[in-house]
Design a binder for this molecule. Structure first.
Ligand code: ADP
Ligand code: ZN
Length: 529
């Protein structure tokens, strides 16, 4: 590109006005862009919707040569490129979905200097011919999007990302900018060291999304609870409902449709064409509800998603933050609502036990889930805890469920001892395997067929828990599980004791439990009236 053409393009601000039609930079966009335009490296941590794309798109337009963007979001490349082309930006992509002719065409454009931006899937860079191609062109910068994928510590590790550290060795003079919307301090450090970005300038934006109201509720009838939320607070709004399994996605979507909510399913088991169509409709139409597994959403830019609901416990706080972050990108009030219960804890623990990979991997998964559980069971401000997880300090927000109706905690030591004693008895008396249902029936003194069959009505603990409701016992069990004071194992989720259980049974350890909000609300009403 001739220097004259370059000069005509003007500076970053001019590009912002002319190409993108925006008045001003947001947050630290200007500084980030200046850094990269000046040839420096940058590591950018900015929440979803913060405006990361411009941070590499504008430098790519201002600097000489082609900006190479590494992104794992193959399914979105076509859309991203189309959107840029609509703005007059010369963009192209190379990934495995293309045939040879398409690829050749893009390669020719690249070599002829007819591209401003080239999007690449990370695995492309493992192919020697791609590297040779890049060496024959002029590169203005490397942008590494979704940079947390390089971190093994994180929740979304992709081995192909490890090879990206070689970029710096091959192109030492080309600036690099790595971007992510989710990174704990540990992940942040790992990104910097793996991508050799220690000398880069780090830009860490606040991860707070003040317009999102975070709420986490105990799960009893999740679909009914969801429907109630949609009818009372989000009628006609667009939103995303996340479920763990494909079956549950299907059932939930059907349930919503039957109840007059326009909902579409989305999961990896659906035909690619159906998925594509549902995604397109969600983006295009107003007020559609997408019921999906986490296969849906990465890179989806729909500003007016008014709620994100989780019907199952996310596997990590990072995942939760990323998924809820798809709500309210337009800055208007939005809801992040999660329902979780005893079964979620059991299920997550089971998945970890049976997961592939070594001990260290399982420990990591376990720590991720524990952090998620701590967020669910906290009596503090959700936002304070959430931001704290990302290493950012904040004050109680006034816009989350615990701030709006502070949950009480209660001394659950005695109930915990009763439940754990029951587990001890069940273990001692028979070589049978029992889950939480049987323990609760025994505590409540219920003579069910299964209780009678195993003579459990003769146990000393039979009926000693009649002072609490079934729901309360389940909550006790769930929280003991969350706190590691009880565990489950095997196919039937048999209750087993942990080291911590011993301390509780021996009276060396007190157990503080969270009072479920419904109960707290009722009590407050009774007290106030
Ligand atoms: P991220 O990748 O961080 O999730 P995007 O780059 O997709 O965020 O930007 C989110 C939205 O904000 C987009 O619609 C984008 O066009 C818009 N945006 C980004 N920067 C600005 C700005 N300086 N002024 C106005 N809108 C902006
Ligand atoms: Zn709060």
């Amino acid at each position: 590109v001739a220097p004259a053409a370059d000069a005509a393009r003007g500076g970053a601000l001019e590009v912002l006005h002319r190409v993108f039609g925006y008045d001003a930079f947001r947050g630290s966009q200007q500084e980030i862009i200046d850094t990269v335009v000046g040839g420096g490296d940058a590591l950018v941590l900015m929440p979803t919707g913060g405006g990361k794309s411009l941070c590499y798109q504008i430098p790519a337009l201002v600097r000489d040569g082609v900006g190479v963007v590494v992104s794992p979001l193959i399914a979105l490349m076509q859309d991203q490129v189309d959107a840029l082309r609509a703005l007059g930006v010369r963009a192209g992509f190379l990934n495995s979905t293309q045939d040879l002719d398409e690829r050749r065409l893009v390669e020719a454009e690249f070599l002829a200097g007819e591209l401003d931006l080239l999007y690449l899937a990370p695995e492309r860079l493992r192919v020697e011919s791609t590297v040779r191609l890049l060496e024959r062109g002029t590169i203005s910068l490397f942008a590494i999007d979704e940079a947390h994928c390089v971190a093994q510590w994180g929740h979304d590790f992709r081995p192909d990302y490890l090879a990206l550290s070689a970029l710096h060795e091959r192109w030492p003079d080309v600036p690099r900018i790595a971007l992510t919307a989710t990174a704990t301090e540990a992940t942040h450090g790992e990104i910097a060291s793996r991508l050799k970005l220690q000398d880069a300038r780090h830009f860490v934006a606040s991860f707070d999304r003040p317009n999102i109201q975070y709420r986490i509720a105990p799960k009893n009838e999740p679909r009914r609870q969801l429907l109630h939320l949609l009818r009372t607070e989000h009628p006609g709004d667009a939103g995303i409902v996340y479920c763990l399994s494909r079956a549950s996605v299907e059932k939930t979507a059907e349930f919503l449709v039957k109840n007059g909510v326009e909902a579409l399913p989305y999961h990896a088991g659906l035909d690619a064409r159906v998925r594509q169509e549902h995604q397109a409709r969600f983006l295009r139409e107003d007020g559609l509800v997408m019921v999906a597994t986490i296969a849906f959403g990465m890179g989806i830019d729909k500003p007016d998603v008014r709620f994100v609901a989780h019907l199952d416990l996310p596997k990590s706080v990072e995942g939760y933050y990323q998924e809820t972050g798809r709500a309210g990108r337009d800055g208007l009030p939005s809801t992040a609502w999660l329902a979780y219960g005893y079964q979620d804890v059991v299920q997550q623990r089971k998945m970890i036990d049976t997961s592939e990979g070594d001990e260290a991997h399982r420990r990591r998964l376990s720590e991720h889930v524990d952090a998620m559980l701590a967020l669910c069971e906290t009596v503090e401000c959700r936002r304070v805890r959430l931001l704290d997880y990302f290493g950012q300090k904040s004050e109680p927000c006034g816009n989350c469920d615990t701030c709006l109706s502070p949950p009480e905690s209660w001394d659950g030591t005695v109930p915990a001892q009763k439940l754990l004693s029951t587990v001890v008895r069940l273990k001692r008396e028979r070589n049978q395997k029992f889950g939480v249902g049987q323990a609760v029936d025994i505590l409540l003194g219920r003579k069910t067929a299964k209780v009678i069959q195993f003579d459990h009505d003769g146990l000393s603990v039979f009926g000693i828990g009649a002072d609490l409701s079934e729901a309360k016992w389940r909550s006790v069990a769930r929280q003991l599980l969350s706190q590691g004071l009880l565990a489950v194992e095997g196919e039937y989720s048999t209750l087993v004791l942990t080291d911590g259980s011993g301390e509780v049974l021996g009276g060396q350890r007190k157990v503080t439990l969270r009072k479920e909000p419904e109960k707290a609300a009722k009590a407050a009403r009774a007290g106030g009236g």
